[in-house]
Design a binder for this molecule. Sequence first.
Ligand code: ADP
Ligand code: MG
Length: 691
Amino acid sequence: MLETQELAIRGMDCADCSARVQRALLALPGVVSAEVYLASEKAVVRFDASRLGPADLRRAVESTGYSVQPQAPASVPSSRPIYVRLTTILGILFGAVLFIVVVGEWLGLFGRITGLVPFPLGVALVAVGGWPVFRNVLHAARNRQVTAHTLMTLGMLAALAIGEWATAAVIVFFMRVGEYVERLTTESSRAALKSLTAMAPSTARLERDSKLIEVPIEEVRAGDVVVVRPGERTPVDGRVVTGQATVDQSTITGESMPMEAGEGTIVYATSLVQLGGLRVEASAVGPETTFGRVVKMVEEAEAHRSDVQRFADRFTGYYLPLVAGIAALTFLIRRDPLATAAVLVVACSCAIALATPIAMLASIGAGAKRGLLIKGGKYLEALARADTVLIDKTGTLTSGKPRITDVFPTNGASSSELLRVAAAAERHSEHPLAEAVREAADAAGLAPIEPSTFQALPGLGVRARVDGMEVVVGNRRLLPEAARHPLAADLQNQGKTLLFVVLGGELTGILAASDTLRPEVPAAIAALRSLGIENFELLTGDNRSTAAALAAELGVPYRAELLPEDKIGVVAEYQARGATVVMVGDGVNDAPALAKADVGIAMGAAGVDVAIEAAHVALMREDWTLVPELFRIARRTMKVVKMNLLYTAIYNFLGLGLAAAGLLPPVLAAAAQSLPDLGILANSSRLLRQK
Ligand code: ADP
Ligand code: MG
């Protein structure tokens, strides 16, 4: 039986670390899949519970030198024990002094200071100072893995072998500096995630037996009523029972303009309640909330690696053997142990491995705070090279709130009788048109009635049984006979969407609905054009004339009367021509097409769980200005990624060349290898601040 377990792992500081943990987990017989996330410090493992248990997983992780925390809340910040910090500070002081001395000696300023300290004492200093690094190298070796630190340790040993203990000490020192810099870089990529999770309240004020008690959020259940006071964040997703307040939902939607909330309003966990208080009946708690889902997606974004990332990962695999080869050649040809040591020491592969994920995570983190949930670097990469944008109509281009404008009974029934039956048939449909029909019936003062059966026909309409009669409400494609009614042509020419109502096999009336284009769409399309996107197409299940009117307004081609699966076909058709396709939809009835596209963007996904799950990018508010913004973020990210990679590649090969030529003493080589990480960190952190 397959089981999924989440493990919280502490101590992973480098891109290499997570890969090593992953390999150790995958090596266990019975493990089906293992994803290790560096930024969120967790592993998600699927395994055969009849062959191994959680204890085996834990042991595998520990064999790589990291520890497993009993529980997995991502919000717990990892802090290091005080003695580790103390030894780091002492180590840095000591190393700095040594560095000055050794460089001084290299420049010939001091005599031979290496000789001043007895050799065994020097070796002891190296061993103590470098212990944490050596331990990791040993752990890796035991799992038959070679890391960058393995090579550096070899270089350090080479220096020791020729009696240069001071050089070895400086190498060890800079290995630790490098490690520290890498930890800083990793921590910074965690920062975006942590500042996100920090928004979630950890307690809730519950009403129990007319008393208020404060409980940990884990104890709140759906159906509980929580009390939120002004200045506090909502701990749950839910419906306002009583109260009046303005609510800032920017943590979810990125929209900082507060909205009015009163009885019946849906509020999301982490929304800030201002100027008033609310009593909220919880509908979802913790990971089930919209916010919880967003956090989980961001935490697991690392799993959707971009091609660049895959390439860099693969390259890192070849890089270390390459370096070992160059070192061997250097030794064979030049017979110079110091140059060989320098080659081994200068070759840190960490920067190459980190160049991509650091930039991706910065953008994904920054996006999440602005209502753009991007599920992985893969999608940023595809967005940056996308050339085609396909757009769903209902609920995406249009407000998603159509209104019924005309009610035409056709066989003598009254308008209210027609509406009554139609609304009953549409009672359980989530389609925006169904909502419009129910609203029209409501406005006419009709009490809702329950259908005895109900079936949704995606892209077509609905079929139900009402008062013992079969009712079909749908479009021309579903009801071609009905659509031949003379009224139909006339209404359709007004660009309206027609709903034919067939009762007991006979047309009883036609409802016409109209929907308005979202006001910000034309500007957003223009912005996309100015970004060089050339191909647009409007895809809709609605009728031709409605589609034509809208398409003309935007100046884009269209295809109408499509079923959801036809939309998948259109996406595939573009892809077959080599296009990179972005599809923008509502994420509900067009989810399959979104999934098929290279990047599927769901509009207005806050609170719509299926949309959040289905899309590659979820826009948490219904706002088209987010679309060009997303493209811009993607392009800027890829630019930074390419800069990072180019910079580290040049830096590494220059370093290797100089070291092999004997022009870079091991001491400077050691100092140099810790710099690229800092460069990447500085370059990528620009993405966190992007506007
Ligand atoms: P779009 O592709 O524009 O987003 P949909 O695929 O959601 O549109 O729906 C396509 C068409 O199917 C609608 O224009 C409507 O004619 C019909 N339809 C779908 N669901 C319903 C429903 N619940 N009631 C009536 N008609 C519906
Ligand atoms: Mg739609």
